[in-house]
Design a protein around this ligand. Structure first.
Ligand SMILES: Cc1cc2nc3c(=O)[nH]c(=O)nc-3n(C[C@H](O)[C@H](O)[C@H](O)COP(=O)(O)OP(=O)(O)OC[C@H]3O[C@@H](n4cnc5c(N)ncnc54)[C@H](O)[C@@H]3O)c2cc1C
Length: 477
């Protein structure tokens, strides 16, 4: 089996890249771990940021860079924002329709977040784009290795139906998403475990900005599923309050923007308030029930299913891990640095657009813009691999005790590598990771390698920046 391009993952970055390859009749294979929809893209609620018009581009750039604590790659941010105008046209011409009104989310100067199906933007976009996809498709297939020799990727190793096999291609695109499963509380789809980032570490490929992990401030965590229910930022953007058990809007003690401060600030404020023994809630009682039900149908239904009588009853909330700013270092055409034909797009990549903290709803925009760049580059380069054949990696993929170690890792990461960090906790976690690495199967080991990079990066950055907060900060970065 040989393809022009193999794409690992079936989120929006993967599908949008495939769209442009399909248009050039490139033989493309999408491989995904579980069902096609089992990805973060499907669960995106708030929307896609797109500059309103040409005049809004400089302000969108400014908002993005301010949110990113000026750690962003300015060239990448300019590409992102300018391309958002073209993207709006492309999505429209493709036949997709956003809801009529745009919304405002935290740290945006103006409303410029385009949503669909109320709070079901990801689901609507994903269903629409997947329906039109013409790629070859392999689901319930776990990628456990990428075939790499002398800076060229030759294909991937897959585990499906209890069998291991290699599939070859002229180009490989990694679109495997973030790292949600590394944390005890997270909003991510259950398939998102940071394995491909760990694979890069194994191959000696650089990850960048791994200390910058974003925690979403308003998550309903009182449920048994590992994926916790996100309560979109648009709720606060449109008027919901964060209160404590006494009804006090305590966020103003931390930042004068209150509910509309950046995510890291709001998350930290809630976390600290909880540590002082308070309970924290989202108050949505200012919304009329009919309006709430139509504007936020998914949240309305899910919370009602969990027995919370919204919008009348306040919702218990906590911050939870949400988004990874760091990832595989790529150039402005989404190519993994130093490689001929290996690309990374979407949340798994580090293009530099988010800096130390992502501006709300900029991630789907990044998926679209840089997925298209990868497709264009693949077409332009027309790279061909020779017929090199690889032996199958025979390392044991799973071991009996994996689950125990995965859960321990999630505890350590939440406690020590979460919203507030210090050297002692980080070192404790590093020690746990290092002593566990050889006790687990390959897939868990890849997660652990990713976690190790996060911890090492967090240890190295001794001063707080953006989403990375050191309570023991000292020295310079
Ligand atoms: C609840 C929630 C709400 C969000 N809301 C918004 C929003 O409103 N706006 C916004 O801009 N961003 C939002 N985000 C972030 C955004 O959804 C993600 O950053 C984005 O969808 C990532 O897309 P992706 O294509 O890179 O990866 P994903 O959509 O996460 O897809 C990754 C794919 O890789 C596959 N995969 C992973 N590992 C393997 C493997 N080893 N083998 C085979 N396949 C593999 C997975 O199964 C999956 O198909 C939200 C995130 C969450 C979790």
């Amino acid at each position: 089996m040989k393809f022009d391009t193999i794409i690992i993952g079936s989120g929006l970055a993967a599908l949008w890249c495939a769209k442009f390859l399909n248009e050039k009749n490139k033989k493309t294979l999408i491989i995904t771990k579980n069902m096609v929809w089992d990805c973060n893209s499907f669960y995106a609620q708030g929307g896609v940021t797109m500059a309103l018009d040409k005049d809004d581009v400089p302000l969108h750039i400014e908002d993005t860079i301010k949110a990113g604590s000026f750690h962003n790659d300015k060239r990448a941010v300019e590409i992102l924002s300018k391309a958002s105008l073209e993207l709006k046209k492309e999505i429209f011409e493709y036949g997709f329709r956003f809801d009529e009104k745009v919304t405002k989310e935290g740290a945006h100067s103006i409303p410029r977040v385009y949503h669909a199906g109320g709070d079901a933007t990801g689901r609507e976009l994903h269903k629409f784009i997947f329906k039109k996809d013409k790629s070859f498709f392999m689901d319930e297939a776990l990628v456990f290795d990428i075939l790499i020799k002398d800076k060229i990727a030759y294909g991937v190793s897959v585990f499906k139906n209890n069998e291991k096999f290699n599939i070859y291609a002229d180009n490989v695109v990694i679109a495997s998403g973030g790292i949600g499963a590394l944390y005890k509380y997270d909003t991510n789809a259950r398939t998102i475990a940071g394995e491909m980032q760990g694979l890069m570490v194994e191959k000696g490929i650089k990850l960048k900005d791994m200390e910058f992990t974003q925690f979403h401030p308003t998550v309903f965590i009182e449920m048994k599923f590992s994926q916790k229910l996100l309560l979109t930022e648009a709720l606060r953007g449109e008027g919901a309050f964060v209160i404590d058990e006494k009804g006090e809007r305590f966020l103003f003690k931390y930042d004068k923007r209150g509910e509309l401060a950046g995510r890291d600030i709001v998350s930290r404020a809630i976390f600290l308030h909880q540590q002082q023994g308070h309970k924290v809630f989202l108050d949505v009682s200012m919304f009329d029930e009919e309006y709430f039900k139509n504007r936020f149908p998914t949240i309305y239904q899910k919370l009602r299913d969990f027995g919370i009588n919204v919008p009348y009853e306040k919702i218990p909330i906590s911050p939870a891990f949400h988004y990874m700013m760091g990832g595989i270092e790529v150039d402005l055409n989404s190519k993994v640095k130093g490689f001929e034909n290996l690309y990374a797009i979407g949340e798994v990549a580090n293009t530099g657009v988010h800096g130390a903290n992502r501006l709300a709803s900029n991630s789907l925009l990044e998926c679209f813009v840089f997925a298209k760049k990868a497709a264009n580059e693949i077409v332009l380069q027309n790279f061909k691999t020779n017929g090199t054949i690889f032996e199958i990696n025979n390392e044991e993929l799973f071991k009996k005790e994996d689950k125990k170690y995965k859960n321990l890792l999630r505890e350590y990461m939440w406690k020590n590598v979460g919203i507030i960090r210090d050297e002692k906790g980080l070192k404790e976690t590093l020690n746990f990771i290092e002593t566990s690495l050889n006790r687990v199967g390959r897939m868990t080991r890849l997660r652990f390698l990713t976690a190790k990079e996060i911890v090492k990066a967090a240890l190295n950055r001794k001063k707080s920046l953006g989403a990375h907060f050191r309570k023991d900060e000292h020295g310079s970065n």
